[in-house]
Write a protein that binds this ligand. Sequence first.
Ligand code: ADP
Ligand code: MG
Length: 486
Amino acid sequence: MSAAAFGTANEDNANLSRSDSKAVRRRSLALLGSLIRPVRLRFWLTIATVVLSQAARAAGPALIAFGIDHALPSLRAGNNIPLVLTGVAYLATALAAAGLTALYVTSTARLSQAMLLDLRLWVFRHTQRLSLEFHERYTSGRIIARQTSDLESLRELLDSGVSSLASGALFMVFTAVTVFALDWPSGLVVLAAAVPMFLLARWYQKHSQIAFRQSRVVSARLIVHFIETMTGIRAVKAFRKERENAARYGELAEDYRQATVRSINLNGVFQPGLVLIGNVCVAAVLLFGGFRVLTGDLAVGVLLALMLSTKRFFQPVDQMAMFYNSFQSAQAALEKVSGLLEEVPTVRPPRNAVELRNARGAVEFRDVEFRYRNGPLIIPKLNVSIPAGQTVALVGQTGAGKSTLAKLIARFYDVSAGSVMLDGVDVRQLATAELRRNIVMVTQEAFLFQRLCGGQHRPGQAGGTARGDRGGGEGRGRTRVHHGTP
Ligand SMILES: Nc1ncnc2c1ncn2[C@@H]1O[C@H](COP(=O)(O)OP(=O)(O)O)[C@@H](O)[C@H]1O
Ligand SMILES: [Mg+2]
């Protein structure tokens, strides 16, 4: 994979190069695989239930045939046992089919919910772990898009997909065996239909992959715009941006509509195309068989049975096409989600953390240079030493870099060059918990955690406490980074 396709870097591009596209698909399939792994037992049990329920359903007509051919003649001969047995067997398979169907419906739902729960928590934890730098670039709107509409399309696949694929495939295999058993040359004709079907599926895959990628991209844009407007509603109202924002939203919504229509149109060719191939194949079997009936090589009854079976063979194709459609859609979504999961925090905890037993609070900037990502140099070579116990005020005009210095001490970002030291230890060598315990940053923006309302958040500790934050930052030896109005 080229660096461009790694993580979320190339997320907005729907027309990936061949190798990138492959790499991204592989990544999303791997994600699907790792979601299935913890529930693989249930996954295979669900498939087994589908297989059994299909078998039970298929057994019904076979039992009726047996009844007519064997049990009825026995009855006429005065023996009613075969008929009773057939009747009981028929009742049993009908009950089994109903029970198994109910089982696989609930089992699929449980399976899909377990996988979604897993992924949802995983995405949340992972995103929370990523560094500020990532969040500034990626924005919360996109994360919401990943967490909502992308996961939703995976849910659609899981809810309908697994069982419809398994039952459809199984039905086709059963019917194909019947066709071969009746007349193997006709079986070959049916198999030959697989070639154009494969080509059509390839065509659909190629185009729908791009269409679904586009639809993920524009759907994320739509959500981002919505979130940004609503979270920045004060600024929107203050600068009277309502009309402009509404117009932009209109454009994005139109883009989304068009992207959706494009993928629907592709499906509109794919699905009827498959049905057409199926019908042509039925005609071919009829033609081929018809000639052989004329020459006396094939019985009319066999031809009739062949026609019925061939028609039945293509019945689940519709359902399979629908599955493939939601599979493609879910894969485009998983490409994005797996990209997000591939991101790693840029501010990493140290491998071998140094302990800071009794923090005294000496802060030193040693040859520090800093820029945000690839931006301009905000802090050119800075050397400052603040002895422990001193209270220092940093004065400067807006944008001078005061807040940035505070953030560097708290290690919200890593310096571009040089080092920030706390009591002579590079902050990059301190474990995150240790750092947060010793350095408390009071940020400018007021933020209340919904669950913590009433009690305040205690810095550096997980969860809130009703005792308030007064004890939190003022212990002796703690460095307080107070960071008031700019
Ligand atoms: N997250 C960020 N990404 C990119 N640039 C930023 C970011 N935060 C601040 N800056 C830029 O860094 C410079 C210093 O900002 P800041 O430290 O907030 O200044 P001060 O607190 O002194 O007003 C400004 O030019 C600002 O635009
Ligand atoms: Mg500031």
